[in-house]
Design a protein around this ligand. Structure first.
Ligand SMILES: Nc1ncnc2c1ncn2[C@@H]1O[C@H](COP(=O)(O)OP(=O)(O)OP(=O)(O)O)[C@@H](O)[C@H]1O
Ligand SMILES: [Mg+2]
Length: 231
């Protein structure tokens, strides 16, 4: 077994929904993820998959419980340190790409690297290599609205990888794509993460894709219903 990359202890998330009402979404999630593992998260709509991913990605804080990265409690970090940690350590791929419309494909890919303060020459070289790995060399200068949905998502994948993050969090990255493009996108994510030994946590409604992960974690009623390794 590889080293543990991240671990959650009894994570709870409650959303305030009114003056004195709240929604208790996550009710004690304890999860250990090893470096290099590919984990699929499944469960019915509204169960809290995106909520969990947000907590793992440090975009939101748990109401209760802890998340540690290689033993370090990340929620103890101040906001600025946390932003820096996130930028360097985690790549995000959402259902909607969230590319910036004013920037070209290549520029969108480079942005997290610029934020991280990477040198322009090396960064651009890396960006171009990623563009070619996602099959879009010829689209470097296109703006998002000049790309197909599948191409936009592939740009988003390249952007997520630019800082060589240890963890990729993907929330139904193929949710808006047709079957074939969705399949292609998943394969690409898989391949790139495997090739670089990166850890991938992916939320998907597609059972077949989930079965191809190293492990499937199923959520139900705010808890982990099952957590099984695939052969
Ligand atoms: N900011 C918020 N404030 C209040 N309630 C919220 C908030 N965000 C999410 N919820 C509620 O929390 C529950 C879990 O939402 P979440 O988005 O995590 O579900 P999900 O499992 O990702 O669903 P889907 O498969 O449809 O994407 C839902 O019932 C949702 O309405
Ligand atoms: Mg969701």
């Amino acid at each position: 077994m590889n080293e543990t990359l991240l671990q959650t202890y009894d994570l709870h998330k409650r959303y305030r929904t009114g003056k004195d009402s709240e929604l208790h979404v996550l009710k004690g999630i304890t999860l250990k993820v090893a470096a290099g593992e590919i984990v699929a998260i499944v469960g019915p709509s509204g169960v809290g998959k995106s909520t969990l991913l947000h907590l793992l990605g440090t975009l939101d804080r748990p109401s209760q419980g802890r998340i540690t990265w290689q033993g370090r409690d990340v929620n103890q970090l101040a906001e600025a340190q946390l932003a820096q940690f996130r930028n360097k350590t985690i790549g995000f791929v959402y259902q909607m790409h969230h590319l910036l419309p004013e920037f070209t494909a290549l520029e969108n890919i480079l942005l997290p690297g610029l934020i991280a303060g990477q040198r322009m020459a090396a960064l651009t070289e890396r960006g171009r290599r990623l563009l070619s790995q996602v099959g879009l060399e010829a689209r470097a200068g296109h703006r998002p609205n000049e790309l197909s949905g599948g191409e936009q998502q592939r740009v988003a994948v390249a952007r997520a990888l630019i800082n060589q993050p240890r963890l990729i969090l993907a929330d139904e990255p193929s949710g808006n794509l047709d079957m074939a493009s969705g399949e292609q996108l998943h394969q690409l994510l898989w391949q790139l993460c495997r090739a670089n030994g990166q850890t991938l946590i992916i939320v998907t409604h597609n059972r077949e894709l989930a079965q191809r992960a190293d492990r499937v974690v199923e959520l139900l009623d705010g808890r982990i219903k099952s957590d099984e390794k695939n052969d």
